[in-house]
Design a binder for this molecule. Sequence first.
Ligand SMILES: [Zn+2]
Ligand SMILES: [Zn+2]
Length: 191
Amino acid sequence: MNFDDIVTFHGHACPGLAMGYRASILAIRELTLDHSRDEEVVAVVENKSCAVDAIQMMTGCTFGKGNLIFKDYGKQVYTFMKRPGGEAVRVAVTWSPPQGKKEAVMWKRYMADDRSQNVLEAVKILKAAKRKAILAAKEGELFTFKKMVIPLPAKARIYPSINCSACNEKVMEPKAVIINNSVYCKPCAAQ
Ligand SMILES: [Zn+2]
Ligand SMILES: [Zn+2]
């Protein structure tokens, strides 16, 4: 698996993807991981950015298999765990891109939804430079990491489905909401 394979899956080459790729390489080395055929590796990701696509490809941890766990913390932190021992490595991104004054101005305009041609061009160049810098950086410039042993989350369970009283669609039992003795799915319960 190389970076180009991941770009094919993700759809474009970007800084986030490069970061996820580098974080995965670190984890694979530190935990001596094989590509997860089943569920022997679990990844906990604290954001849902481009980086997570690289992690899925590199480690085989996917939402579908239940060994990719999303925590909505908005942090660039990735924790990889290995069954059965619970050997783990927590990787935190510490890198900040070097940025000149002109770039900073363009980036600010982009973040403020400016989509004019010169801003888009500048951002494209900036992103490409960022991606290259991440791929070439020393690991210590990108991350801090900590090894530990942590209890592993239970293997993905299969739950019975029940029908929502409002939309009649099936909902996994532990996700259903009970209101006045009737069972609802979350979207219906919120209405
Ligand atoms: Zn991306
Ligand atoms: Zn419903």
